[in-house]
Design a protein around this ligand. Structure first.
Ligand SMILES: C[S@@+](CC[C@H](N)C(=O)[O-])C[C@H]1O[C@@H](n2cnc3c(N)ncnc32)[C@H](O)[C@@H]1O
Length: 287
């Protein structure tokens, strides 16, 4: 069973009540959904994800509590319909655990991983949008460099972009990783293509735009007294989350529950190293 990040902290900040209705905006493999569902009696969790394959895995992983869970396939911009589809107007708590899941990262076929040979896809929602292949093979060199710099915070973006353009066409993860490795030397333990892969993933899935959508919609979906809990893994995301939740608190619409960002306990980062970059922030809605 997949181990969700900061699960105890999520339950605490969501203040899960047995009769409450909760929205897990990023169900992934169902880890947090299961933890919430296990606490419910008459309550309900809406388990949403834009990745249909992940949602199928979540269904299997949460089968034990299926009567308390409703699954919804959609992106953040479709969260209103995730509720109205089940006749719900607002929830007692909304959880978003941003980024990609272990499944997405490790399934070669999805094309997210530079460690496994696969097609350059990287779409979380395979129903729509351009693939990483299209971005890599058809973007002008400068555009490619800009997105690698902006989303990947990669200082060698121009060099990488030039090498990619020269090596086109590139259709697989392994080849892209190799082209980048040959263009820029390894300067740390990280593979030199790590930040470029992250940048492409963020661009393909419009992750920044989606996060903006989530942050603007979330307050409308949560009851007065209800909670919004967001976990992010990248500084770009955490900055947005922090500013948006602070603005909500300043306007009097919410009260900040996490004066300082909450990080996973040492024990968790030891047992689950990818959790080490997780940052949790939470507010309680007032109106
Ligand atoms: C870190 S994983 C969540 C893991 C999950 N909490 C668990 O315990 O299994 C992030 C999930 O969010 C989904 N996701 C990312 N951006 C999304 C968006 N804009 N709309 C809906 N789902 C999104 C991804 O498809 C992925 O499954």
């Amino acid at each position: 069973m997949h181990v969700p990040v900061m699960v105890g902290e999520c339950l605490e900040y969501l203040a899960v009540r047995p009769d409450g209705i909760y929205l897990d905006a990023t169900a992934g493999l169902g880890g947090h959904t299961a933890a919430i569902a296990a606490r419910l009696s008459t309550g309900l969790v809406i388990a949403n994800d834009r990745d249909a394959e992940s949602l199928e895995i979540a269904k299997r992983n949460t089968a034990q509590w299926a009567d308390r869970i409703r699954y919804h396939h959609g992106s953040f911009s479709e969260l209103h319909s995730a509720l109205t589809a089940f006749g719900i107007e607002r929830v007692a708590g909304l959880l978003a655990d941003l980024g990609v899941s272990r499944y997405q990262l490790t399934e070669p076929e999805r094309g997210f991983s530079l460690m496994a040979e696969g097609p350059l896809d990287m779409r979380m929602d395979r129903r729509r949008g351009n693939t990483a292949d299209e971005l890599v093979n058809f973007s002008p060199e400068k555009e490619l460099a800009d997105l690698i710099y902006r989303f990947g915070e990669e200082r060698r973006s121009r060099k990488i972009s030039r090498a990619i353009v020269r090596a086109r066409p590139i259709h697989t993860t392994e080849r892209l990783a190799r082209v980048i490795e040959e263009a820029v030397p390894r300067t740390s333990q990280l593979h030199p293509a790590t930040q470029t892969f992250m940048a492409l993933r963020m661009a393909v899935n419009d992750e920044q735009g989606e996060l903006d959508q989530l942050l603007s919609i979330a307050p409308e979906l949560v009851n007065s007294g209800g909670r919004i809990v967001i976990i992010s893994f990248m500084s770009l995301e955490d900055r947005k989350v922090k500013q948006s939740l602070q603005a909500l608190a300043r306007s009097g619409r919410a009260v900040t529950l996490t004066k300082h960002v909450v990080r996973p306990a040492q024990e968790e980062t030891r047992d689950n190293p990818p959790s080490r970059s997780a940052k949790l922030r939470a507010v309680e809605m007032r109106q």
